[in-house]
Design a protein around this ligand. Structure first.
Ligand code: SF4
Length: 722
C-alpha cells in the first residue's frame, strides 16, 4: 500500500517539511467543522495590462470588452432589472422547481424565472426558505423546508459547475438557523437533466419514503425496506432496483435518528454536512433518486464557452503547495473521481483499500482520525480510510466528529469521563474498536451516545463545569491568525468555508514562499496586489491590523455568495493568482464570463457580485427573523479574544505579511475586542446597515430589490427605517 498523506509530497528543506507535517498532525487533534481543504487553481489575466489570451477572448465575445470589468470602484449592487423581473434567459436553466409535500404526498412546480434575481444554488434555496418556512419553525418542524438546488451551470461540462446545495434550518447550532451544505458528484447534474433547478421538500411523511424523479415524473415510494440501512448501502440498494444510472442521495441511521450532525451521502461519495441529514430523517425521507433519459442542457453561446474553457485549460492546473505541503492521497490505490463534467485536477480521488473496499478519500476525509490511528497502528495504516467509510455509511459528519473526539480525549484526560461511565473505550481512542463503537453509539443514540448525538456544545452543557471549558475552536483560518476572518465567522451560522478559503488559501501559498519552498511565487508584493484587486485595498494584506478588513469581508462575502449561487467549485474559483503572468494577480471576471456565455445575458463581475450581496442580505434577514439579534450576536468564540495563539493548525510558526509585507508571526495574538467592535462599525456602515444595532436598514434592503423582505422586517421591528 502507498498512502501518501499531507506533507509527504512537498518539496523544500527537510525541516520545513517536518514543521508542516507536525502542524497538520497538531491540527488533527482539534480541528473543527470544516468539511474540506480545497485549494484553488492558478488562472488569471493581468489586470494592469490585459493578457493577450484575454484580448483574444474579448475579440471572440459577442460584445467588445465583456471580459474586463473593473470592480475596484465597488459600484453599489444593482437592483433586479427588467430582465431579471422577466426572468433570466432560459439557457442554462431547466425552468422548473419541484415542490413536494410529504404530509399529503402532493407535488407541484414553480417557474424558475420567479427566482431569477437569486440566480440559483444558495440564492434560490434562501428565497424558497424565506417564503415557505416560518421563522418560528424548528429544524424538525414539518414546516421546515429542505431544498436541494443547483445553478445555471449544472449539467454543462464546464469548470466545476455541477455542484449543488442542500439547505434548510439546521439542528446543528443552538439556536437553530438556516444552514447549507455544498456537494459535488453527479447528483446535481442529473437533477437538471430531469428538468428541475431545485426540489423543495416540506411536510413529514407518516412512513419512510424515498422520492424518485424519473425525467420530470415525481413519485414517492415506500422506503420501509431501507430503514436502518447505511447511506452507502441504501444508495447501492436503490441502484439495484432503479438501475445504475440513477443518482441517489441518502441518509444513514444517524439521519434517521435525527443526530444533530447527520450528513447526506450522494453519488461519488459527495457528502453534505450542516446536520441536514437529520432534517431529512425528521421528514422520514430516506433518499432522493434522480434518473433522466436525456443529458441535455441548452447553452446560449457554446463557442464562447468553449473558448473560455480552452483558455482555462491551457493554463494547466494541479495540486499546489499550501503551507509547504499538499493534501493529495496518491499511489496505485487512488484514482481520480471528478464531479460531473469537471477537469477534476483536484484532490478528489477514490481509494481502494487492501480488503477491496472503495470510497472517497480526500481533503479532510483523508486526514480524519489519522493522528489518533497513528498512536495504535503507526504512520502507514488504512484505519483513517475505514473510519471515514464508517462515518459515510452511518451518515455522520467527519468534521464535527473529529472535534468531538478531541473534546472527548480532553475530558477523558481531565478525568471527567471514563470508559465505564460512558460505555465507550475512551482509553483506546485511535483504535478501530473505539471509532466503531463511538459512531454506532451516536448514530443509534445508545447510552452516552444519545448525549453526544446533540453535538459537542450541547453535550458539554449536559456534562457541565470543566467539560464546557474544554471545548476548543481550532481552525486553520481562525482570526487570531488571519484577522479578516473574524468578521466572516461573526456573520454566519456555520463555518463559512468558502469565504475562509478566499483569505486562507492565498496566504497558505504566501506561507510557502515565506518558508522558502521551491516554486512558491505568491510573495508579499503579490499578496498586496491580490488584496488590492480582490479585497479592495493593499492594507487588507497587512494581517497585523484591522485596516481594510471590513471592506475585504464585504467583498469576499458578496463574491462567495455569488459563487455558491452559480454554483462553481471552491477548488477552482475565484482565480486569485496565476503563475504564468508578470504580476501573478488572478482574474475575478471568469465566473461572470461563464455565466454570460451559458445564459446569453451579459452579466459583469459587479452585477454578479451584486446578486451575491442580495442573497447575503436575504440570509441575514432570515437569521434576524429567526432570532439573530444583530450586533449582539455577531460574535466569535470567546477564546479567540482571550487565549493567545500558541500555534497555527497548519502553520506552527503562524506567519503572515505585516505592514510592509515583512514576514511576521502571530504567535501570542488575540482578536482585540475594541478593534473587532470598531471593524464591525465600519462593516455595518459599508453594508448600509444600522451601526448601533447591526440590523439591516429598510432603504438598503429596498436598494437590493428586497422590498418585501424589508417590509416584513420593518413590521416586526427588525429593520431600521431612518
Ligand atoms: S475541481 Fe474537483 S471537487 Fe471541484 S467540481 Fe471539479 S472534480 Fe469536483
Amino acid at each position: 500500500m502507498w498512502l501518501c498523506v499531507a506533507g509527504s509530497r512537498a518539496r523544500g528543506p527537510v525541516h520545513r517539511l517536518s514543521s508542516s507535517r507536525a502542524a497538520i498532525l497538531g491540527f488533527l487533534y482539534s480541528a473543527q467543522q470544516r468539511k474540506s481543504s480545497r485549494t484553488r487553481l492558478s488562472l488569471g489575466i493581468n489586470h494592469g495590462a490585459p493578457h493577450r489570451e484575454t484580448m483574444a477572448l474579448r475579440r471572440r465575445g459577442t460584445r467588445p470588452g465583456y471580459l474586463y470589468n473593473d470592480s475596484r470602484s465597488h459600484r453599489p449592487p444593482q437592483p433586479p432589472g427588467t430582465a431579471e423581473r422577466r426572468g433570466m434567459p432560459q439557457f442554462g436553466y431547466a425552468g422548473k422547481i419541484l415542490t413536494v409535500d410529504l404530509s399529503t404526498g402532493k407535488t407541484a412546480t414553480l417557474p424558475t424565472t420567479d427566482y431569477a434575481a437569486y440566480l440559483g444554488g444558495r440564492g434560490t434555496a434562501a428565497r424558497l426558505h424565506w417564503e415557505n418556512t416560518p421563522g418560528e419553525a424548528s429544524a424538525f418542524d414539518e414546516r421546515n423546508t429542505l431544498v436541494f438546488s443547483i445553478g445555471p451551470l449544472a449539467g454543462i461540462p464546464v469548470l466545476g459547475g455541477s455542484r449543488w446545495v442542500a439547505s434548510g434550518k439546521s439542528p446543528m447550532r443552538d439556536p437553530e438557523h438556516l444552514c447549507h451544505s455544498n456537494l459535488g458528484g453527479r447528483w446535481g447534474a442529473e437533477l437538471k437533466f430531469c428538468g428541475y433547478d431545485a426540489v423543495m421538500i416540506h411536510g413529514t411523511s407518516e412512513r419512510p419514503v424515498y422520492l424518485l424523479l424519473r425525467d420530470e415524473a415525481a413519485e414517492l415510494r415506500d422506503a420501509s425496506a431501507f430503514s436502518g440501512m447505511g447511506a452507502v448501502e441504501t444508495r447501492a440498494a436503490l441502484k439495484s432496483v432503479l438501475g445504475d444510472s440513477a443518482r441517489v442521495v441518502a441518509i444513514g441511521p444517524a439521519g434517521e435518528k435525527m443526530v444533530s450532525t447527520a450528513s447526506l451521502m450522494a453519488d461519488n461519495d459527495a457528502s453534505g454536512s450542516a446536520g441536514l441529514g437529520a432534517v431529512m430523517g425528521s421528514k422520514q425521507l430516506k433518499a432522493v433518486a434522480v434518473q433522466s433519459s436525456s443529458k441535455k442542457v441548452s447553452i446560449a453561446q457554446p463557442d464562447r464557452l468553449r473558448d473560455i474553457i480552452k483558455y482555462y485549460r491551457s493554463l494547466g492546473k494541479g495540486v499546489f503547495t499550501a503551507w509547504g505541503s499538499d493534501f493529495m492521497v496518491s499511489g496505485p490505490q487512488a484514482r481520480k473521481d471528478p464531479c460531473y463534467g469537471c477537469l477534476g485536477n483536484c484532490l478528489r480521488v477514490i481509494y481502494t483499500a487492501s480488503d477491496g473496499r472503495k470510497g472517497k478519500f480526500m481533503c479532510q476525509s483523508g486526514l480524519f482520525y489519522l493522528q489518533w490511528a497513528m498512536r495504535f497502528y503507526g504512520e502507514q495504516n488504512e484505519v483513517p480510510f475505514h473510519a471515514n467509510r464508517l462515518c459515510d455509511d452511518y451518515g455522520l459528519d467527519t468534521w464535527s466528529l473529529e472535534a468531538m473526539i478531541a473534546w472527548l480525549y480532553r475530558c477523558y484526560r481531565a478525568g471527567l469521563i471514563t470508559d465505564e461511565a460512558t460505555g465507550l473505550p475512551l482509553s483506546r481512542i485511535g483504535s478501530m474498536e473505539f471509532i466503531e463503537e463511538l459512531v454506532a453509539a451516536i448514530s443509534y443514540r445508545r447510552g452516552f451516545g444519545d448525549v453526544l448525538a446533540q453535538g459537542v456544545e450541547r453535550a458539554a452543557g449536559a456534562l457541565g463545569g470543566q467539560a464546557v471549558d474544554l471545548i476548543r475552536h481550532i481552525d486553520p483560518y481562525e482570526p487570531r491568525l488571519y484577522n479578516t476572518t473574524a468578521l466572516l465567522w461573526a456573520m454566519e451560522p456555520r463555518e463559512p468555508i468558502q469565504e475562509l478559503h478566499e483569505v486562507g488559501l492565498p496566504l497558505a501559498q504566501w506561507s510557502s514562499w515565506a518558508k522558502s519552498i521551491d516554486g512558491a511565487y505568491v510573495d508579499s508584493e503579490v499578496m498586496q496586489r491580490i488584496a488590492e484587486r480582490f479585497w479592495g485595498s493593499r492594507e487588507a494584506a497587512d494581517f497585523t491590523t484591522f485596516e481594510g478588513k471590513a471592506l475585504a469581508a464585504k467583498l469576499i462575502q458578496d463574491r462567495q455568495y455569488a459563487k455558491e449561487c452559480l454554483i462553481v467549485c471552491d477548488w477552482i474559483f475565484p482565480v486569485m493568482e496565476i503563475k504564468n503572468s508578470e504580476d501573478h494577480v488572478g482574474d475575478s471576471t471568469l465566473e461572470s464570463q461563464i455565466l454570460s456565455a451559458v445564459t446569453g445575458r451579459e452579466v459583469d463581475e459587479q452585477e454578479l457580485n451584486g446578486m451575491g450581496e442580495r442573497v447575503f442580505n436575504l440570509q441575514r434577514a432570515i437569521m434576524v427573523r429567526d432570532g439573530h439579534r444583530g450586533r449582539e450576536d455577531d460574535r466569535i468564540p470567546e477564546e479567540w479574544h482571550s487565549a493567545p495563539l500558541k500555534r497555527g493548525a497548519m502553520d506552527p510558526e503562524c506567519l503572515v505579511p505585516g505592514p510592509s509585507g515583512e514576514v511576521t508571526s502571530r504567535i501570542g495574538a488575540v482578536v482585540d475586542r475594541e478593534e473587532f467592535e470598531a471593524a464591525k462599525d465600519e462593516y455595518y456602515r459599508i453594508r448600509g446597515w444600522d451601526v448601533a444595532t447591526g440590523l439591516q436598514r429598510v432603504d438598503a434592503l429596498c436598494h437590493l430589490g428586497l422590498e418585501d423582505v424589508a417590509r416584513h422586517l420593518q413590521e416586526k421591528g427588525l429593520a431600521v427605517s431612518t
